[in-house]
Write a protein that binds this ligand. Structure first.
Ligand SMILES: NC(=O)c1ccc[n+]([C@@H]2O[C@H](COP(=O)([O-])OP(=O)(O)OC[C@H]3O[C@@H](n4cnc5c(N)ncnc54)[C@H](OP(=O)(O)O)[C@@H]3O)[C@@H](O)[C@H]2O)c1
Length: 245
């Protein structure tokens, strides 16, 4: 059967995942291994993950450290897929000064650093016949959740930036992923129903391979998609034609 032009293949591809040592990043790493990649550059900040495979190359990468980003970019000579996964959830602080510092930290981690990493890897990505950037955002990008307003703000910014990348780089498949609450260290102690990280990773990778540009990988996320999905996609298409002459 001929391959659909919109279908993305992970076989023999080179992939970089940030924050791959645990949580959703580790689940994505393990899932992608099932699709015969050539190499996974598995980013970790201080401690590599506790799993190994000949195709995994652990790569020290603190996305907020310019030298670390430059070193990682220099060590990657081929790249087809960049997955910006690293993140943190800092709950809202009562003290406004602390809350502003937390917002700065999350904007740096969720917006500026993924974009800087993308820029550092852009020449390598542009050499790929099938370049893709996947930004792990959150369903909380679409409406603020009490107790984590700063986190939602930073994820809304990454959502807008993902749309911007799509406009600026039509040759690169730019994918936004919008998970709901998922069982990882980030949600430890949560009483909300949590999606299984491996199941979510399987749905994310399936969406990537199908050529989806927005992926809602679990039940809670699908409920959000049913409210915003078509509207956001329609607006994005309408705005893309504004001022295009
Ligand atoms: N879990 C959820 O409910 C949920 C829902 C929606 C979206 N998400 C998003 O999914 C992504 C993964 O989250 P998770 O649930 O897997 O969280 P997690 O288990 O807490 O893992 C976070 C990962 O990000 C890494 N990281 C944080 N700051 C970094 C930095 N400056 N440089 C490099 N790596 C860094 C951590 O590395 P260290 O081990 O060194 O700390 C860790 O590997 C995040 O972007 C998160 O916002 C999660």
């Amino acid at each position: 059967m001929p391959r659909s032009p919109h279908q993305f293949d992970l076989e023999d591809r080179s992939i970089l995942i940030t924050g791959a040592n645990r949580g959703l990043g580790a689940a994505l790493c393990k899932t992608i291994l099932q699709y015969s990649p050539k190499i996974i550059h598995a980013g970790y900040r201080s401690t590599p993950g506790n799993f190994e495979d000949p195709r995994i190359r652990w790569c020290q990468l603190d996305i907020q450290d310019a030298a670390s980003v430059a070193n990682a970019a220099a060590s990657v000579d081929e790249l087809d897929v960049l997955i910006n996964n690293a993140g943190i959830l800092i709950p809202t602080a009562a003290d406004p000064v602390q809350e502003m510092a937390n917002l700065d930290a999350m904007m740096d981690r969720h917006l500026h650093s993924p974009l800087k990493l993308f820029d550092a890897l852009l020449p390598t990505l542009q050499a790929s016949s099938q370049a893709m950037v996947v930004n792990i955002i959150s369903m909380a990008a679409f409406a603020s959740v009490p107790g984590c307003e700063g986190y939602c703000t930073s994820k809304a910014a990454l959502h807008a930036a993902t749309q911007g990348l799509r406009l600026k780089h039509p040759g690169i498949q730019c994918v936004g992923v919008y998970p709901g609450p998922t069982a990882t260290d980030m949600t430890a102690g949560s009483t909300a129903p949590l999606a299984d990280a491996m199941e979510s990773a399987a749905n994310i990778v399936s969406g990537m391979r199908q050529g989806k540009t927005s992926i809602f990988p679990d039940e809670a996320a699908l409920a959000v998609e049913s409210v915003v999905g078509d509207g956001v996609a329609t607006l994005e298409q309408q705005f893309a034609t504004l001022l295009s002459d």
